[in-house]
Design a protein around this ligand. Structure first.
Ligand SMILES: [Zn+2]
Length: 291
């Protein structure tokens, strides 16, 4: 019998938020070595992974989101595309499975300019994947990655990502909308959550009394950083600020009982967060058969 590669079913999941429809679109995964995580011992982190029957080294999901408000079709983040690593780049196929064409997207909201969130905006030929979209990003983020002074290697956490950032910035030149928090599109508010990167932001969708908080990279490894919010990673441009933002967002989401999701929250990706011991606990929503 010929050996066949068994593939996962398409990574797409829909959920209503008020009158809006949100589609989670998986782009693949990333392996994230524990060696780059800081703020807890290796033993402590391995135990946290064992507690949830996880693998010894974290494998994290990479998701993007489409929000259909009736007025706009908005993509939040865009995955890693084909220019980064082997384990990402499923977004175009999964968007097609979900019934979206690239020209349907009229706005892209970036949580930040790291390749696993923004390189999917550029196609294999180096052209814009989304021909009609304006790209919204916090001004601090745009200015940080645009700064020529960064090219001297003074911010080591940024250095590996300069090339993909340059590619993005040149491909979408003239199509960026620099934002400063607040309502960026009707019913969608940008929340500045600096630390992971200077302009790292979440987006809150409010529709007909319902809310969803897309919290960007508030966590990379939910199994570790939700119970121990002080754990940071060497990807963070400012680790203390990233930990501080994470604690504030957790407190807000728990107090308001708001549904959260994020680029690295496992599929189907919607959850609540509740205080638990010194940290928090994630309570994922179950797969809904009817929307
Ligand atoms: Zn990320």
């Amino acid at each position: 019998m010929a050996e066949e590669q068994i593939k996962q079913s398409p990574g797409v999941y829909r959920r209503k938020v008020g009158d809006a429809l949100v589609t989670v679109v998986n782009d693949g995964f990333l392996d994230m070595p524990l060696a780059i995580m800081r703020g807890a011992t290796r033993d402590e982190m391995e135990q946290l992974l064992r507690d949830v029957f996880g693998p010894p080294e974290p494998r994290i999901t990479v998701n993007a989101f489409v929000i259909e408000t009736g007025k706009h079709t908005v993509l939040v983040d865009a995955g890693g595309g084909s220019t980064t690593v082997y384990s990402m780049g499923l977004l175009p196929d999964n968007l097609a499975v979900a019934g979206f064409k690239p020209e349907d997207i009229d706005a892209v909201l970036l949580t930040h300019i790291h390749p696993d969130h923004s390189s999917g905006l550029v196609d294999k030929n180096g052209d814009a994947m989304f021909p009609r979209a304006e790209v919204f990003v916090h001004g601090d983020e745009f200015d940080f990655w645009s700064d020529p002074a960064l090219r001297d290697g003074s911010v080591p956490a940024a250095t590996p990502y300069l090339e993909p950032a340059d590619m993005l910035l040149s491909t979408y030149k003239g199509r960026f909308r620099k934002t400063d928090g607040g309502e960026v599109l009707p019913g969608i508010t940008q929340l500045h959550m600096p630390g992971h990167t200077p302009g790292h932001s979440g987006y809150q969708l409010d529709s007909a009394g319902d809310k969803l908080l897309i919290w960007g990279d508030t966590v990379h490894v939910p199994e570790i950083q939700i119970p121990v919010p002080g754990v940071t990673s060497e990807f963070d441009i400012s680790e203390p600020q990233a930990a501080d933002s994470r604690r504030k967002i957790f407190a807000h989401a728990a107090a308001e009982r708001v549904v959260i999701t994020g680029g690295h929250v496992h599929m189907p990706g919607f959850a609540h967060i509740v205080p638990h011991g010194e940290g928090y606990r994630l309570i994922p929503e179950t797969w809904a058969v009817a929307i």
